[in-house]
Design a protein around this ligand. Structure first.
Ligand SMILES: NC(=O)c1ccc[n+]([C@@H]2O[C@H](COP(=O)([O-])OP(=O)(O)OC[C@H]3O[C@@H](n4cnc5c(N)ncnc54)[C@H](O)[C@@H]3O)[C@@H](O)[C@H]2O)c1
Ligand SMILES: O=C(O)C1=N[C@H](C(=O)O)CCC1
Length: 266
């Protein structure tokens, strides 16, 4: 198996810490630098919980790629910086694996065009958990037969974006097969704004934020006399790591952008 030199953006975050552990535990993955807005020029080992990891820290991602040779950038920062980091990686010939959510359709299209022009791979995965990817695929299958669907996504209360990337991706996948329909009563009125959730092609998305939660989603379908509920729960962030590993391995073999792990799992 070939060696893969990896930079992680956002190593001190909830996902970043798991990703550092994954890279450390994988024989052919090598952490060559991290991008963090603190401790520029220092070492990852200066931060709590990373003792013994003498890995250079850069705050400026351009400088990172000028000084360090890398194959893959794992992007696990906030939605605000995700796009900048991803575009910068591509401009240096480094393949991004993007876990950060909150990218717009325009963002994805722009990155797709850059990848095409440069012949570089990039994977954007709104959810790395294999169970969540299956939940989205099952929901897409159900969307062929049920036009009425409500997506309820539930996350921890530190999450910045709503709806979640997973909910948006699920709605996009269902929209590919679902007969368009405006749901609910034609004359329905919200007496409190937002009561019916976000509207995606007539489907409704509801975002729950509570301490104690990690990442969960329920897709509910309704038809005469029946409902169907498809649900996935991530109980910890280790649940995302087999998907991150698959994405890093795969991004080295492709020369286009892939949006969603459902496009690479067998
Ligand atoms: N794709 C998935 O499966 C998946 C799973 C969980 C979370 N996420 C997404 O990943 C992202 C991170 O989630 P999290 O829970 O780890 O968040 P977090 O807030 O714990 O971590 C974000 C990290 O980014 C760092 N950061 C912010 N600005 C930065 C900058 N300019 N340069 C470098 N680092 C910077 C912060 O210091 C923080 O450590 C979110 O967008 C979240 O939605 C995706
Ligand atoms: O914790 C988060 O934040 C998560 N975000 C992703 C999303 O927006 O779908 C995936 C699950 C965890």
């Amino acid at each position: 198996m070939r060696d893969i030199k990896i930079v992680i953006a956002g190593p001190r975050g909830r996902m970043g810490r798991e990703a550092v552990r994954l890279v450390q535990q994988t024989d052919n993955f090598h952490l060559v630098a991290v991008v963090d807005h603190k401790n520029d020029g220092g070492s990852l080992s200066d931060f709590d919980g990373f003792s013994g990891l003498d890995i250079p820290v850069y705050s400026n991602i351009e400088e990172c790629f000028q000084k360090v040779e890398a194959d893959v950038l794992i992007v696990l920062t906030t939605p605000e910086f995700g796009m900048l980091h991803t575009k910068t990686a591509l401009s240096y010939g480094v393949r991004p694996v993007v876990g950060t959510t909150g990218f717009t359709k325009e963002n994805v299209n722009e990155l797709e065009a850059i990848c095409k022009e440069k012949g570089l791979g990039c994977i954007i995965a709104p959810n790395f958990a294999i169970g969540a990817v299956l939940m989205m695929k099952f929901a897409q299958l159900a969307g062929k037969y049920f036009n009425d669907v409500e997506i309820i996504e539930l996350h921890h209360d530190e999450k910045l974006d709503a709806p979640s990337g997973t909910a948006v991706k699920t709605a996009e996948m269902i929209a590919e097969v679902r007969e368009a329909k405006q749901q609910g009563h034609l004359n329905e009125k919200e007496t409190i704004a937002g009561a019916r959730g976000a509207d995606f092609d007539g489907m409704r998305i509801h975002s729950v934020r509570l301490p104690g939660l990690i990442a969960h989603q329920q897709v509910m379908f309704g038809a005469t006399g029946q409902t169907l509920t498809i649900r996935h729960d991530s109980y910890n962030r280790a649940s995302f790591m087999s998907g991150v590993k698959l994405a890093v391995d795969t991004v080295m073999k492709i020369d286009t952008l892939i949006y969603g792990l459902e496009n690479i799992i067998e």
